[in-house]
Structures are given as C-alpha cells and as structure tokens.
Ligand binder design. Sequence first.
Ligand code: MN
Length: 232
Amino acid sequence: MTDLAFPALAPTTLPIAGSTSRFPVARVFCIGRNYRWAPDEAPPRDMPAWFMKPASAVWPAEGALPYPADTADFCHEIELVVAIGRGGSDIAPADVEAQYVWGYAAGLDLTRRDLQQQAKRAGGPWEPAKAFDHSAPCTPIVPVANCGHPQEAAIWLSVNGVERQRADVSGLLWPVAELVAMLSRSVALAPGDLIYTGTPAGVGPLAPGDVVSAGVAGIGELTMTVANTHPG
Ligand code: MN
C-alpha cells in the first residue's frame, strides 16, 4: 500500500439521477464559443478554444451560489454538460455517443468576466477568470440509458424570473460527437471527464440575492440564489 505523506483529497462526485451511485469527476473541459451569438456569425472551421477547471470546482447545483472574491463582474453561462464514461484518444465521431458518453447534465460555467477581459488584453491565462472555487455547479448526471443523446432540447437561463439565455442544443456549432472527437485528438480523455459544451448568447452578470433558474429540457434544471459572501 502506498505510504501517503498525508491523506489524499476525496474525489469530487456528483449525484446520478435515479440512482444511489455517484459519478466520480475526473477533469473538467470547457468549450469556448460554440453557439451562434449573432445571425451572421460565420460557421467555425477549427476547434473552438477550450480551457479547464479543476474537478474541485464541480459541485451539485442547488442552494446558495457563492459570489466569488476578486470580481465585480460575476457572469452566468448555462451549458449542456457531457459526462464521459470511457477514456480514449483519437476517437472517431461515429463512436462517441455509443461508446464514450456516459450521460448528460446541465451546468453553469461561472466566469469572473472582468478577469477574463484582463487576461484577453494581456494574453494571460484564463484560470483566474474560470477556475475558481464553486465555478462549475452541475445538475445530477442523467445516464444515457435514461435520456438518450439529446439532439433537440431547449437550453435556458433566467435571473429573478427574467429570461437571459434561450437556445436549443441543436444549435451547437460543433455537436457533441464532433466536439468530443476533436478534443480527444488534442488530449486523451478519461472516464469521469466532464465537457461543458459552450453557452448560447445572453451571458450576463449576477448580483447577490439574484435567483438563477436554468436548465436543459429533459436533462436537468437548477435554481440557486447568489449569496453575498463578500460584502462590501
Ligand atoms: Mn462557457
């Protein structure tokens, strides 16, 4: 048995819809622009930008949503989340859904937008903007056996009852099969990886006290209240 100098962190896990088992989270990949935000936007030819969050940023999407430190522009992005169940690299698009996708969820790619704009200007890394604590709340993982592979499903987000984001996952510029295949050509995927597939138009700021409701139809819904954890 390995003699660890101190106890290793417990793995991050998410509930599985309709089960007492839990989904062990390996890593979190987030895809940049992957919906048309403007009607005349040109279709993509290359892999969209991608970045990562630590598994420790993932947590069940319910209750209070902590307003993070170091920002005055804390923004919501609702996304369809793909849960990978089998690892691989150079995966063929035709094999992705049947062999590699374990399930789906709805998640928020929470963003410190002011830090992201600074990073873009400076050519610096995105981690301060994206990889902070509690930055990736996620609904329970729905096994493919229960939800299939959503080709058409509404994706939306509202704040205090006012709709901010609404689209359909059929609008993904790179659909799940192509997206996972492309990512697997860049890095070997592992069981437990989550892929946040990008957010539709309408991203915007959150303030303490805001009630966020969001989801992907047939996959998962969340309601959370932004907590004022950093007064002043
Ligand atoms: Mn995003």
